[in-house]
Design a protein around this ligand. Structure first.
Ligand SMILES: NC(=O)c1ccc[n+]([C@@H]2O[C@H](COP(=O)([O-])OP(=O)(O)OC[C@H]3O[C@@H](n4cnc5c(N)ncnc54)[C@H](O)[C@@H]3O)[C@@H](O)[C@H]2O)c1
Length: 378
């Protein structure tokens, strides 16, 4: 029995490979942990009709934290077509396990640090150090969706919403509705988490990202709640920006930003943009954090075109391991892991394909682990 119980969820595609590489690093650090494998991913959808089986849910109820690789998700019809014959036609509907996990365990904070490590040849600019706080349980990812649209819903919308007149005469099978649901509680707590982070880490500014000028009800609510929270942090500069404009500004003047906070979909988009500015998805790490559990993962997905080729860059997942160590309170290990990763990037002897080299996923994991010899003997 280790000091920590960690659920180990490799998932699909390159998720399996980058997780193997990250484990080499965690093992070299000597983290006193018991790692328990969990079944999650496409294989379990195809054979059991559930990509996130109950046994994986039960495992997550019994651990301190989890490391997660990546998941393959496909649209509803494509997913149905890949079910084993015995499960087809039973009304099973695919839903992304990671989205379900975030809701089920109320992992409301999606924390995505995006730091340009010095001398990474694919940095957009040296010195970028942004942190994205993405709301993780609601918004357009609430899962409340209708396609085809039921007649009762259309009739209600016709009564309640003038702009719905534009769609009201369409047959239900000619359109679909996804609900963007944003709550006061959900908005308040993610914004507060961003400000608390800024306060703790000496960050100077928080930018609230939204589209409240057009998406008035939901983004309007988010912005209003965010501005209330901002009043509690007079020492931290606050500004806000529309999601479309910030895409342009971030690329142009990344040093004008520090901590960014956004509803789920906008947070997803800007965190991919920020990851690209610090070397791409091979460097984007992510923590899904709730009050009782946190699940750490690379921002990227299962990248099927690279799966099984040992090409993927594991640094994002290794840095997700650093985030987990921070969360567990293992600050010294977290710092040493980050320093070892930065040293390998700076040295530039070993690079995966995305960095212009030909190192394998495992080579990169071993090279970072090899920067930690002292740790292994502690
Ligand atoms: N959290 C998750 O598990 C998650 C996140 C995003 C996408 N997905 C799923 O992953 C599957 C593939 O989606 P996608 O292709 O749009 O996105 P992706 O993130 O899997 O890959 C997009 C591209 O980014 C690059 N890339 C990603 N990770 C890399 C790495 N570690 N090293 C080097 N290059 C890397 C590759 O060029 C890759 O083709 C889909 O089924 C999607 O639903 C899952």
């Amino acid at each position: 029995m280790g000091k920590y119980r960690i659920a180990w969820l490799p998932g699909d595609g390159i998720g399996v490979e980058v997780m193997e590489a990250s484990r080499i690093v965690l093992d070299r650090l000597g983290l006193d942990a018991e790692y328990i494998h969990g079944d999650i991913g496409w294989e379990f959808w195809c054979t059991e009709g559930d990509a996130f089986p109950d046994r994986a849910i039960d495992l997550l109820k019994s651990v301190n934290a989890a490391m997660f690789g990546a998941i393959t998700s496909k649209p509803v019809k494509a997913a149905e077509a890949e079910l084993v014959p015995g499960l087809k036609g039973k009304g099973l509907v695919y839903r992304s396990p990671i989205v379900r996990m975030r809701q089920l365990f109320d992992l409301y904070i999606c924390l995505r640090p995006c730091k340009a490590y010095p001398d990474n040849p694919i940095n957009h600019k040296e010195g970028i150090d942004l942190v994205v706080f993405r709301e993780n349980t609601e918004d357009l990812y609430s899962g409340v969706e209708f396609g085809p649209v039921p007649a009762e819903l259309a009739a209600t919308l016709k009564q309640l919403s003038k702009p719905f007149a534009h769609f009201a005469d369409l047959p239900g099978d000619q359109y679909a509705i996804s609900c963007k649901i944003n709550t006061k509680k959900g908005s308040e707590r993610i914004v507060r988490a961003a400000y608390e982070f800024a306060k703790k880490h000496g960050r100077k500014k928080v930018t609230i990202v939204h589209k409240a000028n057009v998406v008035r009800a939901t983004d309007g609510l988010f912005l209003e709640e965010a501005k209330k929270v901002a009043k509690d942090y007079p020492g931290i500069q606050t500004d806000d920006a529309n999601i479309d404009a910030i895409g342009m500004w971030l690329l142009k003047n990344p040093f004008n930003y520090d901590v960014l906070v956004a509803p789920n979909l906008y947070g997803d988009i800007i965190s991919d943009l920020c990851a690209q500015m610090v070397g791409g998805l091979g460097f984007g790490c992510s923590g899904n954090i709730g009050e009782k559990l946190a699940v750490f993962e690379p921002t990227h997905g299962s990248a099927p075109k690279h799966a099984g080729k040992q090409k993927a860059n594991p640094i994002a997942t290794i840095l997700a391991g650093k985030m987990m160590l921070d969360w567990l309170g293992e600050k010294d290990m977290a710092e040493r892991l980050e320093a070892a990763t930065a040293a390998v990037i700076k040295e530039g002897k070993l690079r995966t394909y995305d960095m212009g080299g030909s190192a394998t996923t495992l080579d990169m994991g071993r090279a970072i682990a090899d920067k930690l010899p002292a740790a292994a003997r502690r």
